[in-house]
Design a protein around this ligand. Structure first.
Ligand code: SF4
Ligand code: SF4
Length: 500
């Protein structure tokens, strides 16, 4: 085995072809022959493949000389063969974790008054917990908060999750009031996600009385969309109640600079740009929303879709189609780019998704020589910044990882051995063989949440996720360079942003 790999990818904007080199992070403009030669070098180890390309000998010779000069001078196509990820040492983990938990997420209840058709907790979804009648009790919540108070820094995001957390509003209030007492010197901001249907006058009055509070509201769009997907237990639509709840929150939070609202709309298949346009028009029509309301769109996790429930025929997209049709594969991202083109600055729907990915490309490390060492993609250090506490007092990595190995509990705190074994060792052992020869390894945002099950990393699920990640990363390379070509001043905007 050689100690380096030819890693990179060719991509194209409307007018140009480019080559991205994984080892150095550099991007080069190419002509059509250079691009074909680079593609051939990336996909075939047979030098004769270049001679078979559909160009004249003179064209091939000239382009080959350019590529060889780049190999020589710019050190392209020489990414080191990685044998392991850069990870914290086992002995460092305790210190890293005890450096200060920034967010605790308490799962107040597993109950929900809605039965959204795409929800992972539907009874049909094997592999996830289902809706149950379990609430967190005060004793568990108190132990969790006592533990947090021993491991917190200057600031704490106290977050509530469910089910629908407002079902257990009494416990929410008790947790907030207790936290204020035991962490009186900590700057606490309260946040939670809600389906809006249980927002009452009593709820908004209490929330408005807090120093800082932000609420993420789940609202999928106009009545026809919301009422089709987000239904109550008896099957009726939730739009009217949700809008009523949202209006109450807006009124209660007005003139409160430290209170904020965000909206998340889940977009269901079949996907199209028109669908995102419809959502955008709807949210724009809510002229009573504060102008700074962050409205975000997200996809349903394809792996978890029950197509029958969603009322659409199963959409089979081949990898080939996924790789080549960005409006089919990533309509939210494609839509966001048109929004960037239209607006003076990036704002509104889909901004989070597109900004994070464009920023990753904008802020990539570019080096003269190929960089040694790779990090574990987009993975966090479990337990370091955030901690998810289940209704029964077990610790998980985050709210996106309801089915994943525990990393401790309220009785014993974070188990660093479990963190190391289940997350660093297992992820490294099962992923390095894929990542070490993946062109996207320096731009990849895959984390545990996308590939773990209760018993650890699910390799098949991860490979499927990797295919999507690579296709989408390539779309974003194209989008970023299209932006540079069309409106370079908009790329400057990224210099002021940081990846969260
Ligand atoms: S989403 Fe991924 S990176 Fe973020 S906390 Fe969860 S597991 Fe970690
Ligand atoms: S896409 Fe998959 S194989 Fe490629 S770097 Fe990311 S996690 Fe590794």
């Amino acid at each position: 085995m050689s100690d380096w790999e030819r890693l990179g990818t060719v991509f194209e904007t409307k007018n140009n072809k480019y080559f991205y080199d994984t080892g150095t992070g550099k991007v080069f403009l190419c002509d059509v022959v250079e691009s074909a030669i680079l593609e051939s070098l990336l996909t075939s180890s047979d030098p004769a493949a270049i001679a078979q390309l559909d160009f004249t000998d003179a064209e091939i010779e000239s382009a080959l000389n350019t590529v060889l000069a780049l190999v020589e001078q710019e050190k392209i196509l020489q990414a080191p063969s990685f044998q392991e990820f850069i990870t914290p040492k086992k002995s460092e983990l305790s210190d890293l974790i005890s450096a200060g938990i920034e967010q605790v997420i308490l799962e107040l209840t597993e109950k929900c008054n809605l039965r959204c058709k795409y929800c992972i907790y539907q009874d049909e979804n094997v592999g996830y917990r289902n809706f149950s009648k379990t609430d967190m009790d005060w004793e568990t919540a108190k132990k969790a908060l006592d533990y947090i108070s021993q491991n917190v820094g200057e600031n704490l995001a106290l977050t509530f999750y469910g089910g629908e957390p407002l079902i257990n509003f009494e416990l929410m209030k008790k947790c907030i009031e207790y936290s204020k007492v035991i962490m009186s010197d900590v700057n606490i901001s309260v946040s939670f996600t809600t389906n809006l249907t249980l927002v009452t006058d009593e709820v908004v009055e209490y929330l408005a009385s807090l120093d800082k509070c932000s609420v993420l509201c789940s609202l999928d769009g106009p009545k026809n969309i919301q009422d089709f997907y987000r239904v109550t237990v008896d099957g009726s639509g939730s739009f009217n109640r949700a809008i009523k709840g949202l209006r109450k929150l807006v009124e209660a939070f007005q003139d409160k600079p430290d209170h904020s609202l965000g909206i998340n709309a889940v977009v269901c298949p079949p996907y199209s740009m028109e669908k995102i346009d419809e959502l955008n028009d709807f949210f724009k029509s809510l002229d009573w929303l504060p102008p700074d309301t962050n409205i975000n769109c997200s996809y349903v996790d394809q792996g978890d879709i029950d197509w029958e429930q969603l009322g659409v025929p199963k959409q089979e997209i081949s990898l080939e189609e996924f790789n080549t049709n960005e409006e089919l594969a990533d309509p939210i991202g494609a839509w966001a780019l048109t929004a960037i083109d239209k607006d003076d600055e990036i704002k509104g729907m889909a901004q989070d998704i597109s900004q994070t990915k464009l920023l990753r490309i904008h802020n990539r490390v570019i080096t003269d020589e190929p960089t040694l060492g790779i990090h574990m993609n987009g993975c966090c250090i479990p337990g370091r910044r955030r901690l998810y506490v289940t209704t029964d007092g077990n610790f998980k990595v985050c709210e996106r990882m309801s089915n994943s190995p525990y990393i401790g509990d309220v009785e014993n705190g974070i188990d660093t051995e479990a963190v190391y074994r289940s997350y660093f060792e297992e992820y490294s052992n099962k992923s390095i063989k894929h990542c070490s020869n993946c062109w996207a390894v320096r731009l990849c945002g895959i984390c545990f949440a996308l590939c773990y099950q209760d018993d650890g990393l699910d390799e098949d699920k991860k490979v499927g996720t990797c295919n999507i990640e690579k296709a989408i990363t390539k779309f974003y390379l194209q989008r970023y360079h299209q932006l540079i070509e069309d409106t370079p001043e908009k790329v400057e905007y990224f210099n002021e942003l940081i990846i969260s």
